[in-house]
Write a protein that binds this ligand. Sequence first.
Ligand code: TEU
Length: 576
Amino acid sequence: PVEKTWWKEAIVYQIYPASFLDSNGDGLGDIPGIISKVPYIKSLGVDTIWLSPIFASPQKDMGYDVADYRSIHAPYGTVEDVQELIDQLHAHDMRILMDLVVNHTSDQHAWFKESRSSKSNSKRDWYIWRDPKYDAQGNRKEPNNWKSVFGGSAWAFDELTGQYYLALFLPSQPDLNWENAEMRKATHDDMRFWLDRGVDGFRIDSMNLMSKHPDLPDGKILNDEPYQSGAEFFASGPKMHDYIREIRTEVFDKYDVMTVGELGFTKDEKSVSEYVAKDRHELNMLFTGDIVDMDFGPNAKYERGDFHPRKIRKITNLWQTAMPKFDGWNTVYLDNHDSGRSLSRYASDAPEHRSTAAKMLATYLTTLSGTPFMLAGQEIGMANLGKDYGVDAYIDVEGQNYYNEILKARGGNVSKMDDVLRELQLKSRDHGRLPMQWDSSPNAGFTVASAKPWMTINKDHVQWNVASQLDDPESIMAYWKQMIALRKKYSDLFVYGPYTTLEESETGEMVLGYERSWSQTDQKAVVLLNFSDQVQTVPVEKYDDFRVLVSNQDGVDLAKGQVELRPYGAVVLLNE
Ligand code: TEU
């Protein structure tokens, strides 16, 4: 039987610090703002928060460019404020995960400033420096053809010493050289700094990019563009597992921590198992990126690639059935700060469907095996910016870089950019970072009305906000609370119980259906989720001794031998 632990039963609420609550009227969220909402978060039934980076940073990538891991970005607060947050959470019997960003730092980090200062500096080798190459005409070229995740070359040239450094994200986010033992030790110390202050674990950013192939070979040529992915040589490299095991023995094993690795590029079952199989003693769980990539294009995120329920069926089945094979564990999630809202991408934010659809997705997130992660605002059905927002509303560097690259290729003709705007409207990282909608007042209660919020407040907050849902038993929030409570009440079944898929032939292609069971008590639940805007009929004769445990629609009558799922309907049946 599966071993039971607190981190398997946790329900995690992701907070994007800039966007949660501004307590001092500067237009940016902050730590005191979060502290003031601990009772609110607790009231949802959530027991753990994951805080995106709050550390000292020039904010070129919203804090994922850390300049000092032991101090706090001043507008967010101080180390003392964070201590207060940790203590408040613990006093409420809750836990906190921090974002551990150690694949790279900011170029403003003291380590990089030293490293860059001269070839003989003692920290030179803490980052990845290489000599230029030259083509036949004598033009300077990058050491290899790898492409940055945010576009362009993954190498930045530094005039001072005439070498390139590797930066897989922005040029201002140089990659650390994990081959260097002293550097590794320094990151271990930084981790201890926070664990000693009571932090309960980490979400590890870009976790599997820490080990690169030592020769840094050219990436496979996939198209005629100047830079190629190269991920086959920088994702899950040869020493990756050594580094994780070292972190475990040096740091994590000395605390009772929860560890969640962000896994990019690596998708196959065997490689994934090597991070989370129980007998490997590496990480507790992962974010496999596939679930947030379901509408990405064939070559790039912002190419068109439409969502179909078949995709979520396939990915859900894959990981739900894979993990038990190697006694591994996983996350269950649909949203984070790196994409559009799942409601707008995989379901519907159209006014007539929005509430039902948000509840349907909540049903998915709370009835699967794994540790659920929700993004703040999901509990009230926050959605993407609407179609009436133009390209100016999109301020994130990833989307902007892509837009500008295509615009340039099309000769700067803005009138030809509708297709790219369409993709930003779905998938831009800005949507996941929209300020929290607390009430219907001019700045949504996120900040005072006189302040200028750091980013657009979705005008739909007038209707979709916390205040309007708090006391409404029919609200999305009430449904979330109910689902979280049910997950806790039936934790054997929903957290630990084996998962069996219902075949497409049984449910139809637009409905995701699965069973959860717990043999010790003979309990069984059946979950039916309609991922379409049409009525779907699913036969349920074989569940004749079941009752409706919960649904986002009324009038479900099992006596008919079938369930008529309304658009985005969700029904959970239980044999009890
Ligand atoms: O993301 C890692 C990553 O691979 C991203 O490219 C992600 O897949 C992409 O943004 C999806 O559109 C992490 C953080 O979550 C992200 O916010 C940071 O920008 C990135 O690392 C660099 O630290």
